[in-house]
Ligand binder design. Sequence first.
Ligand code: AMP
Ligand code: MG
Length: 417
Amino acid sequence: MTTRDKAGCGHDGPALPLSEALDRVLAAVTPVSESERMPIREALGRVMARDVRSAIDVPAHDNSAMDGYALRSADLPDAAPWKLRLIGAALAGRPFDARVGEGECVRIMTGAPVPEGADTVVMQERVEADNDRVQINALPAPGANVRLAGEDIRAGDVALSAGGQLRPAHIGLLASIGISEADVLRRPRVAFFSTGDELCEVGTPTEPGQIYDSNRYTLFGMLQRLGVEIVDLGVIRDRPDELEAGLRRAAEGADLIVTSGGVSVGEADYLVEIFERLGQIDFWSVAMKPGRPTVFGTLGDALYFGLPGNPVSVMATFYQLARPAILKLSGLGLQVPVLISATCAATIETKAGRTEFLRGVLSRGEQGHYVVAKTGHQGSGILSSMTQANCFIVIPEGAEVIEAGSQVDVQPFEALV
Ligand code: AMP
Ligand code: MG
């Protein structure tokens, strides 16, 4: 028995359910571990290589949350009138550097350090001031309107944990604790090439029977959005020796290889056979549409995705299988897929036994809930369906018909970048 005859794997046998294919992919991924140090702005989108502890309190000192007057709550009588003498002002970056004594107060602006002796800020709207005489009309609770030193982050605490992605808030937080450089995991390196005798590079005129290679552009776009290091190996003809050389070259130094085309059962589809010899195939058929002939395996230390050639199939299989693998490879923890429940605008007929990814347009309906409709042509070669859509409509494996008005899961493209 060759590996191709294995139950659940062969081209002609039953294909692997998508959820199982994804489990197998994720089980095969070992995240990168090498790290590099860089300025925090450059580190945006990268993954923290280690925990970062703060050396300082944030805020560094007790400060005012309001524009108002800083006072000593303990000195004040229980009932009005509360009259205090104004002895100075504290502004953000310009502290009042004397002590506030009994019966005294200090004009204070948001962010200014609360002067020594004071513990409470009364907002200016509750105060009548006349030169150095200040009358408070409504007394705040002791400690009100004061942001305490260390209430955001305490000196010595872990401010950011390893494995977290540096989003805008994270680089801002690093800045808030005075850290200008971050240790982040290196980016995974992804090598990719297109296969096909019919492919022509953009910028050159096509010969009869040729088409432009678009997959290398959609793949470039999807990879670039994931922040990986890209190795573009161009187009490789449908020649076994050239394909073999291409795979070997791709495996040198790449963590992951993506190819498009050549994995189906046509006469010029050599990749599965070649890969079987060179590497270890995990599966080559997934119960999804578009994208059934999708190969996954390992070649040396690299993971391999042999995606089908049809332009929509490439994108659907990349998003459903390669993207989660790349996110894990990047060092990110489990990623929860974003699914929105939407009302189906028209009945969708489908075939049970595979997960379908229809191209849809998601919009807000009358009551503000989501409504989704298929975009026009759903063929796996119709790339314009991807440009006109803003989501995948996900039809589960067991479904045969989705009635108009019923709920269906939708994957917004916005969540797939
Ligand atoms: P294949 O998977 O190689 O049988 O290709 C399936 C279909 O996708 C064929 O119509 C190919 O011409 C088309 N195709 C394959 N590779 C590309 C590519 N890089 N760009 C655009 N179309 C492609
Ligand atoms: Mg081909």
